[in-house]
Design a protein around this ligand. Structure first.
Ligand code: PLP
Length: 391
């Protein structure tokens, strides 16, 4: 263990199982450790560094804003958050944006919107939010309650009440819960990320949209991981052609700085009024200036490139030795290994200079959207070796 790792273990709460690597710098899709060893970054800090490490355009936007005005609070107007909100509304057709600092906070906002909307429209007891089993929506007590995986709940009772969980890909179960509960909204991921890169079918998503309209509840999609170009569209719901009432996002949006957003559509755009919600750092000019430089680059050409690279990964791995299944959309990829557990494959890759993630029993890849093809191919060669290796 080196000095940093020793101090980390003394002073940082032990909530993370870290790999024994101390990273000091990076450029694009390559990170460097203390000894100068190179690692190809196939995880992007869990889908955050959308255009790679120390991305020039993002770093310039961030540092220019830091040298101009780093924070003024929401008591005053500032330009970067307005520009970002305008871009997000233009790209989605949604009407209003609330900025927070993380995915969990974006989802907290969505739940507040749904509850207030339903209360105003249907009555105070219509507070239930339906989410999916195997989902992940965050670590706060409310978003843990929304998360449909029991093992996240066990140690932290009581959680926020008012959440029920439907079977994914099962419209009857969704309808049953809509009938049995006084529901305010449905919140779901189009691709369950932490749940193991599980893609919801367009038919299911369109069915959920139909039920949301029929039972008069808000349709809310959690695009924290899938959003901002990750799946080859601006947002993953666009693959299914549905029109959610609320979209939450974070991770890649800020390109590396903490930023979450809750986008609100026409049906609920006026639900939140003065004093209903807030965040000291929400809409911070530095974070938003960086995000503008990310979102401005998410054009059709880039999204095509994301889809092509995603297809390239699938083609390269689908018949590879030791691969049982591949799931995902665009540059969000889940690989089910056939020979060794995912964690072992990831460890093997790390030793050979490739950083990958896991999600449940899968190896998960979330590379930078602009990863150069030769770098991607180098990483895939290592991944193939590790997938083919025996336990
Ligand atoms: C990561 C994630 C969250 C939580 O985001 P934080 O920024 O860690 O709060 C919520 N929902 C989904 C789908 C995520 O992948």
């Amino acid at each position: 263990m080196d000095r940093i790792q020793e101090l980390d273990s003394r002073f940082i709460a032990h909530t993370y199982g870290r790999f024994p690597v101390t990273l000091v710098s990076g450029r694009g899709s390559v990170a460097l450790d203390e000894q100068g060893k190179e690692y190809i970054d196939m995880g992007s800090g869990i889908g955050v560094t959308a255009f790679g490490l120390a991305d020039e355009k993002w770093a310039e936007a961030v540092s220019a804003q830091a040298h101009t005005l780093q924070h003024m609070s929401n008591l005053y107007y500032t330009a970067p958050c307005v520009r970002l909100a305008e871009l997000l509304c233009e790209k989605t057709g949604l009407k209003k944006v609330f900025f927070g600092n993380s995915g969990a906070e974006a989802n907290e906002c969505a739940v507040k919107v749904a509850r207030k909307w339903a209360q105003d429209k249907k009555g105070v007891d219509f507070g239930t939010v339906i989410t999916l089993k195997n989902s992940f929506h965050g670590r706060t007590l409310t978003t843990l309650a929304a998360t449909g995986q029991d093992h996240y709940h066990e140690l932290f009772q009581p959680l926020t009440p008012g959440f029920v969980h439907a079977e994914p890909e099962n419209l009857e179960d969704m309808e049953r819960l809509l009938k049995e509960n006084k529901a305010a909204g449905i919140l779901l991921e189009c691709v369950q990320g932490e749940g193991g890169v599980v893609v919801m079918s367009p038919e299911y998503l369109r069915g959920v949209e139909r039920l949301a309209r029929q039972y008069d509840v808000l349709l809310m999609v959690d695009e924290v991981q899938t959003g901002n170009g990750r799946t080859g569209r601006m947002y993953a719901y666009m693959h299914a052609g549905i029109r959610p009432d609320v979209v939450t996002t974070a991770k890649g949006l800020g390109g590396g700085l903490p930023l979450g957003a809750c986008l609100i559509g026409e049906r609920a755009q006026d639900v939140l009024g003065p004093g209903d919600h807030g965040s000291t750092f929400g809409g911070n000019p530095v974070c938003c200036a960086g995000a503008v430089s990310v979102v401005e680059r998410l054009d059709d050409r880039l999204l095509d490139e994301v889809r092509q690279k995603g297809d390239h990964i699938r083609e390269c791995l689908c018949h590879a030795e030791g691969v049982r299944d591949i799931s995902g959309l665009g540059l969000m990829v889940g690989i089910l290994p056939g020979k060794r557990p995912a964690a072992q494959v990831v460890r093997g890759c790390m030793e050979k200079g490739v950083l990958c993630l896991t999600a449940k029993d899968r190896v998960r890849l979330l590379p930078a959207l602009n990863i150069p093809l030769p770098v991607l191919d180098k990483a895939l060669a290592v991944l193939r070796e590790e997938l083919a290796a025996d336990a």
